[in-house]
Ligand binder design. Structure first.
Ligand code: FAD
Ligand code: NDP
Length: 314
């Protein structure tokens, strides 16, 4: 017999959807993933330390601890959680089919909450200083004490890079915006904001090849000029990647409408996808806000919309 609701993904969006669906007696089944996209079940928050902007935790909370609490709450209200990665779906007819290798589960409605992965550069030293000076989210981590009054660097030339560099000027003493070309990709208004900010210094035609530091964390970067190949070292206390995200949507491309960068397109103001009965929540359909609380909010919307849609089918 088909499940009423299957939730694919286990970050704040998936678990909020699960809590709402479970409390509506829909007996949700969640596939939380097993190192899906290289990230532990629980999602992107498992890759960070302090989360200081999720309401309810005035002293901050460890990212993994927060995801453990989400999971506990989902289970408490009756969500069945499978630690498996969904490898294939068939949304061509109802009930929908969800595959974990050869195992198939049928569902009347599906909520997709598979998130997105911030791209990393895998430079030398990245592993040693990840979350000890290197981050992929300035909005999330920029205000942490380790970055206060330090010289910081952002890599990228798009809107995110400019936005993150501007944001970091509130905390750092100076922000280097390091871009591999001599022209930003960011929109003109964002470019103007960066170029006119006295605390932002552009470092053009440059890539970072190595992160160096010590027991206290990141201390400097090795820079390489992309035009003449020259190298130099830049002292910074923080490095933020803003080189784009990859939404986890490979298994849905055949069935759902995606935008040109692979994000699921939802009907504005809702979580409805291009397939009736399939809903999408969180970072997998949001390239603007990308925060735990906005992901959770859209997870709530997806569960309520799925519940109403299921009712309308009987
Ligand atoms: P995700 O958290 O991306 O979770 C989706 C999860 O679904 C995946 O990780 C995986 O486990 C699972 N999954 C994926 N594919 C499959 C599949 N095929 N089958 C089964 N399961 C699958 N936000 C804040 O608000 N505050 C912060 O302080 C903060 N810090 C951050 C620090 C870092 C380093 C990063 C990278 C992000 C941070 N964010 C922060 C952003 C926040 O983590 C994301 O916005 C949020 O986690 C998105 O939630 P989500 O539910 O959409 O998906
Ligand atoms: P983008 O893909 O637009 O930009 C990524 C940037 O990173 C590019 O400048 C790219 O360089 C650079 N880059 C990529 N890979 C590497 C690498 N390996 N080494 C060095 N540099 C690299 O991503 P964004 O996250 O900035 O934006 C995604 C979307 O979200 C865009 O549509 C953007 O407009 C939108 N957005 C809008 C905002 C707003 O309006 N306020 C805020 C944030 C995002 P290159 O240019 O050479 O390719």
């Amino acid at each position: 017999m088909a499940e009423k609701i299957v939730i694919i993904g286990s970050g704040p969006a998936g678990h909020t959807a699960a809590i709402y669906a479970a409390r509506a007696n829909l007996n949700p089944v969640m596939f939380e993933g097993f190192m899906a996209g290289g990230i532990a079940a629980g999602g992107q928050l498992t890759t960070t330390t302090e989360v200081e902007n999720f309401p309810g935790f005035p002293d901050g909370i460890d990212g993994t601890k927060l995801t453990d609490l989400f999971r506990e709450q989902s289970k408490k209200y009756g969500t069945t959680i499978h630690t498996q990665t969904v490898t294939k779906v068939d949304f061509s007819k109802r009930p929908f089919k969800i595959y974990c290798d050869d195992e198939v589960t049928e569902a009347e409605a599906v909520i997709i909450a598979t998130g997105a992965t911030a791209k990393r550069m895998n430079i030398q030293g990245e592993h040693d200083y990840w979350q000890r000076g290197i981050s992929a989210c300035a909005v999330c981590d920029g205000a942490l004490p380790i970055f206060r009054n330090k010289d910081l660097a952002v890599i990228g030339g798009g809107d995110s890079a400019v936005e993150e560099a501007s944001h970091l000027t509130k905390f750092g003493s100076k922000v280097y915006l390091i871009h591999r070309r001599d022209k930003l990709r960011a929109s003109q208004i964002m470019q103007d904001r960066a170029l006119n900010n006295p605390k932002i210094e552009m470092v053009w035609n440059t890539v970072v090849s190595e992160a160096k530091g010590g027991a206290g964390g990141l201390q400097s970067l090795v820079l390489e000029n992309t035009v003449d190949g020259s190298k130099k070292e830049l002292a910074v206390g923080g490095l933020f990647y803003a080189i784009g995200h990859k939404p986890n949507t490979d298994i849905f491309t055949e069935f759902l409408e995606l935008d040109e960068t692979g994000y699921i397109i939802t009907k504005p103001g809702t979580t409805y996808t291009s397939v009736e009965g399939v809903f999408a929540a969180g970072d997998v359909q949001d390239k603007t806000y990308r925060q735990a609380i906005t992901a959770a909010g859209s997870g709530c919307m997806a569960a309520l919309e799925a519940e109403r849609w299921l009712e309308s089918q009987h």
